[in-house]
Write a protein that binds this ligand. Structure first.
Ligand code: FRU
Length: 459
């Protein structure tokens, strides 16, 4: 494939062909970012769940690699994580990449596979490493090294129990259950909990832990979405601070199952599945189905006296970015993917839209009374007929901005629009299927706009 089909993302990862969902096993090792993902090697719908694989030196340009893990007698290979075992705690060799994933058969159990070259994986002969014959939902292990207690910690999702369990291990093979985090806040229990990640971050000069939990359904708008909790983790138990939950990582329709890379120092880099379980099986792309979001760097920032998990696109985007140009007419002068930086007035209601020559457009409203940016994903945006729940007339996100203007960084690709405030305080990721990429900007609210091209990553 020349990666040039209609709707084919030019700056987002997609496999050449077939179905993709959650990002899995992201780990940095020997100068490469590894991205594994839920993949069907045999078709363009969910099934035969395996770990597809891609690698990158810069998080932006990806090289698809052979499928890393395929189903076996224990079942499908569901989501999970990977670590670089520098101290050889597991005995597979210093620096071995050790993957922990869910074997989904009659029950969901946790299994291990390791690799000494980052490409070929050997399944551990004594799988599963965490057996299960009673829990209906028990999956998506995310593992990290806890230096104070000198052991590995695993977060595991309990689906419809709305809980995340924590387990520990000295060697990645023998695991002990430590605790369970749940919430009485009914607002957070809107769908099954999946794909957790626990991050040791910094806030106000102090250590703070952030627990990311994907929920399906029950997202901020409809279908699936990603929430987070802020609190403390003492090596055994996570306790959430009293904040106004649910808190959303992304207010758009299409960022799910995101987790962060392991073995990256001092940065929290997340990539999400840019789709929504509400209609993922029907999105009109072929021979591939689904892309990843742009990779984002997470930070805990203060907003209104409280912590807020902010996302900005990783600085490596510079490697494909052209020169900034001021936008002086409706025509943006781009022929592929691009980044638009727009200053909008938030003291009065307004509207701006991105459109193409076919008259298709996506409209964004600035609503002062509600303090929200509202994206209108209607039939005007392009194709919507493949699923009755794809059109969403108002996808709302708070400005999360003080002052008179909001600076937006909008990344537009052939089938997505990702809107960030410049400091990441608000993010909205949405799929769209216009006949051709939006290349015009109109509206009455902009104060200033500049644009730069992003060169395609597949050349
Ligand atoms: C989330 C999820 C995971 C599971 C995987 C299966 O999208 O449901 O919980 O491991 O997808 O493909």
């Amino acid at each position: 494939s020349g990666y040039d089909e209609q709707y084919r993302p030019q700056v987002h990862y997609t496999p050449a062909k077939n179905w993709l969902n959650d990002p899995n096993g992201m780990v940095y090792a020997n100068g490469l970012y590894h991205l594994f993902y839920q993949y069907n090697p045999q078709g363009n719908v969910w099934g035969n769940m395996s770990w597809g694989h891609a690698t990158s030196e810069d998080l932006i340009k990806w090289q698809e690699q052979p499928v890393a893990l395929t189903r076996d007698g224990l079942g499908d290979i569901f989501s999970g994580s990977a670590v670089c075992d520098k101290d050889n705690t597991a005995g597979f060799g210093a620096g071995a990449i050790v993957a922990l994933y869910t074997s989904s058969g009659q029950y969901q159990q946790q299994s291990l596979a390791y690799s000494t070259d980052g490409m070929n994986f050997i399944k551990y002969a004594q799988n599963p490493v965490i057996a299960n014959t009673s829990e209906p939902d028990f999956r998506d292990p995310k593992v990290f090294w806890h230096k104070e207690s000198r052991r590995w910690i695993m977060a595991l999702a309990m689906g419809w129990k709305y809980a995340i369990e924590f387990w520990s291990s000295p060697d990645l093979k023998n695991w002990t259950r430590l605790s369970s985090f749940s919430t009485e806040t009914i607002a957070c229990n809107r769908g099954q909990w999946e794909c957790p990640d626990l991050l040791r971050m910094e806030y106000d000069g102090k250590e703070k832990w952030v627990l990311i939990v994907s929920v399906n359904p029950g997202g901020p708008v409809a279908g699936s979405g990603t929430q987070y909790f802020v609190g403390d983790f003492d090596g055994t138990q996570f306790v959430a601070d009293a904040l106004d939950y649910p808190l959303w990582l992304d207010y758009g329709m299409d960022n799910y199952a995101g987790v962060t890379w392991s073995n990256v120092d001092d940065r929290f880099i997340l990539i999400g599945w840019m789709n929504n379980w509400n209609y993922a099986g029907a999105v009109p792309t072929s021979p591939w189905r689904s892309a990843m979001t742009l990779p984002r760097e997470l930070k805990l920032m203060e907003f209104d006296g409280k912590p807020l998990l902010a996302s900005t696109v990783v600085h490596e985007i510079e490697t494909i970015a052209g020169e900034w140009r001021d936008v002086s007419s409706e025509i943006l002068g781009v022929d592929g993917a691009y980044q638009l930086r727009l200053e909008v007035d938030i003291t009065q209601d307004g509207v701006f839209s991105l459109s193409n020559e076919s008259g298709e457009s996506i409209e964004m409203l600035v609503s002062v009374a509600t303090g929200k940016l509202v994206t209108r994903r209607t039939g005007r945006t392009g194709q919507i007929s493949f699923a009755s729940n794809f059109a969403i007339p108002s996808i709302k996100s708070p400005f999360n901005t003080k002052g008179d203007k909001m600076v937006l960084d909008i990344f537009v690709d052939k089938s997505s629009v990702e809107i960030f405030t410049e400091n990441g305080s608000m993010v909205q990721t949405n799929l769209v299927f216009p006949r051709s990429i939006y290349n015009r900007l109109t509206g009455n609210t902009k104060l200033k706009a500049k644009v730069r091209s992003l060169s395609g990553i597949w050349k």
